[in-house]
Design a protein around this ligand. Structure first.
Ligand code: UT7
Length: 332
């Protein structure tokens, strides 16, 4: 029987207009442009402003861009997977809300909660659904409105995160392109280093949890940093080894944009020069599940059919992983 491959055949994205610059942050907390730039590489991040706007409103824009580019009807889509840690509500899934707002009446949808690795988890899942032969197309969205869960009085986290959305369309093909391999890992023992303390069944929302500011991102930066450097670099290297790829065989590394120093460590481990690494952290900060598709979107015109691309991520959970994609189309 002919094998089905899951090719990425289009990319869409959305970033809000408002730019929260380092200079604005200097007026909000005890920080400075130099510290933020040297420790993280970030100049500014985008923030979704406006009453009643949520992750789904960014996700739907990314999806609409894909439908427009591909000249597809919303009804053509069979499934939507949404990676997010900032769903519109605890339930129902944001994927369902995006599908409704986009008019995707034939699509079923669900969310994946894997923090900064959420896009890789969802992409691997969507690809497996297509490889099974049961589905012909799946949209994978990575979206986070981090401004909804960031404490803007906490200088250790508020300088890092931003809002944004990115999405890809996966389609079935007989050609050996698309998502070719993936190594995904998680370790729940790391949960306390990066999490939101309240709002779940462990500590339901109460006046006390609100007063204690427990509905915001809590991160022990240095510990996460150590795990992230090792985790992301090791898994990317393992993926290269397993697929007999040298640095010369790889066209691009698409790393999760959490910290420029973590990105550099991963590129070094893979022996990749800077020119092959997609970096836009300076413009958007850490948009959690959206960083990787936002890079693919920005670099789309530079990608060539047949390019080997390694996507790599590390995040809360802990979760981490690396995915090998053979690019399926030329845009230019
Ligand atoms: O995406 C999900 C996964 N997350 C990550 O991968 C993030 C991993 N961690 C990091 O990227 C880094 O740990 C941070 C960027 C969060 C922090 O950088 P760091 O180099 O680890 O700084 P630090 O926490 O060791 O803090 C160094 C100093 C401290 O001051 P003292 O104790 O040395 O006096 C902090 O209080 O920097 C201080 N500091 C700040 N100073 C100015 C912390 N935040 C700030 C700030 N502005 N915003």
């Amino acid at each position: 029987m002919e094998k089905n491959y899951a090719a990425i055949t289009s990319v869409g994205a959305f970033v809000p207009e408002f730019r929260l610059t380092n200079q604005i942050l200097e007026t909000m907390v005890d920080t400075n442009d130099e510290w933020i730039k040297t420790r993280t590489g970030i100049d500014e991040r985008r923030i979704l402003k406006g009453e009643g706007l949520a992750s789904s409103d960014m996700g739907v824009e990314a999806v609409k861009e894909i439908l427009k580019k591909k000249n597809m009807m919303p009804e053509d889509i069979e499934c939507i997977i949404c990676a997010t840690v900032t769903p519109d509500m605890v339930f129902p899934a944001t994927a369902n809300i995006i599908a409704d707002k986009a008019g995707m009446k034939n699509a079923f949808g669900f969310d994946v909660s894997a923090a900064c690795s959420g896009f890789l988890y969802s992409l691997t899942l969507g690809a497996s659904m297509i490889e099974s032969g049961r589905y012909k197309n799946v949209i994978v969205v990575g979206v986070d409105k981090m401004s909804a869960i960031v404490d803007y009085t906490d200088r250790t986290t508020c300088v890092i995160f931003g809002d944004g959305a990115g999405a890809v369309l996966l389609e079935s093909t007989a050609e050996k392109t698309g998502v070719l391999d993936s190594i995904l890992k998680s370790d729940g023992a790391g949960r306390n280093f990066l999490h939101m303390k309240a709002g779940g069944s462990l500590r339901p929302s109460s006046i006390e949890t609100v007063t204690n500011r427990e509905h915001f991102v809590h991160q022990e930066g240095q510990s996460v940093f150590k795990f992230a450097v090792k985790g992301m670099a090791d898994v990317s290297y393992e993926l290269m080894q397993r697929n007999n790829l040298t640095a010369d065989d790889i066209a691009w590394l698409v790393p999760h944009q959490a910290n420029l120093r973590i990105i550099d460590a991963t590129a070094n481990r893979m022996n990749l020069p800077k020119e092959k690494v997609m970096i836009n952290i300076q413009k958007y900060g850490n948009t959690t599940a959206a960083t990787i598709p936002l890079c693919l979107w920005e670099w789309e015109k530079k990608l060539n059919k047949g390019d080997n691309i390694v996507l790599a991520a590390f995040g809360g959970g802990f979760t981490w992983g690396a995915t090998l994609v053979k690019w399926a189309y030329d845009t230019h």
